[in-house]
Design a protein around this ligand. Structure first.
Ligand SMILES: [Fe+2]
Length: 291
């Protein structure tokens, strides 16, 4: 089938016309979605009534290997019994809203920092697929930043400075910037990973900035100098012309390319309103050729 893409922001993001992803098994359509990801970095699919297993199965047949060594897994067991299905909610295992001082809530508040999923791993995250199950009546949006457009807009001197640099990414670092404390044992499990600061997509050859809050330092640079560079680049990349704000509807599935975007959750009264989404992220390895 031929998919219709409607652009939602001048630099990136498209809404895809009617399709039921639960029923998409043919390689040609999956390849069309991948081509859409190459072009837009973020795709919005409306009315996708995924059950958990269907969401996991779609992610696997679309892009292969699932990310399951999440930062949250270090803190405690996942309430779905499957670490590949990340709980993006403000609920506990009984479905009640987490208390404001609950450690899981404190940890989840880190998602309000600009970040890239699983950049603290090697291989890192590639596509994240977030399914909206329960959405508050108040705004509880997610923002995305266009990191290819942000790279393209850098001046030539900055591009020359950052070419070839590498950054260390650590989820322990990004949480600690908010005052979250890990035990020694937890920190030992969250050592982080090193990735190039400029990512080149092997399919499109387009370059993007690859950084965000997990980026703790620039390798071989003095730590303060590296952190200042990272802050400057994040500030640059989050100017309004590079940002799209997604207002969730129940049934939305949003897929984003972590190599070409940053994202963050926006605040809402999470002590009052239930918000329940499920995320599956694939790893940036060779795509599995599953029919
Ligand atoms: Fe995220």
């Amino acid at each position: 089938m031929s998919l219709a893409f409607r652009k939602l922001q001048p630099e990136f993001v498209a809404e895809v016309g009617a399709i039921d992803l639960r029923c998409v098994h043919d390689r040609a359509t999956l390849d069309e979605i991948r081509a859409g990801m190459d072009e837009f970095s973020v795709l919005v699919f409306r009315d996708q009534p995924f059950a958990d297993q269907e969401q996991l199965a779609f992610a696997q047949r679309f892009d292969g290997t699932l990310h399951s060594h999440t930062g949250a897994a270090v803190l405690g067991k996942n309430r779905f019994g499957n670490e590949a299905l990340t709980d993006i909610s403000n609920l506990d295992e009984s479905g009640a809203i987490l208390k404001s001082e609950d450690r899981r809530r404190m940890y989840a508040l880190g998602n309000r920092l600009w970040h890239t999923d699983a950049s603290f791993q090697d291989p890192p995250g590639r596509y994240s697929m977030l399914s909206a199950r329960v959405v508050p009546s108040v705004a509880a949006d997610t923002e995305f930043a266009a990191m290819r457009a942000a790279y393209d807009a850098l001046n030539p001197e900055t591009k020359a400075t950052i070419e070839g640099l590498r950054a260390h990414h650590s989820i322990a670092y990004s949480r600690e910037t908010l005052g979250f404390e890990f035990s020694q044992d937890e920190e030992d499990k969250l050592r982080g990973a090193i990735h190039p600061l400029v990512h080149t997509n092997p399919r499109t050859r387009r370059k993007s900035l690859y950084l965000a809050s997990h980026a703790s330092r620039i390798i071989d640079w003095p730590i303060p100098e590296g952190r200042l560079l990272l802050r400057d680049l994040i500030e640059h990349a989050t100017q309004p012309q590079f940002v799209y704000r997604h207002q969730w509807r129940v049934g939305d599935l949003v897929i984003w390319d972590n190599r070409a975007t940053m994202h963050r959750g926006r605040p809402f009264d999470d002590g009052k309103h239930r918000r329940e989404l499920r995320r599956v992220t694939t790893l940036d390895v060779e795509p599995a050729q599953v029919a």
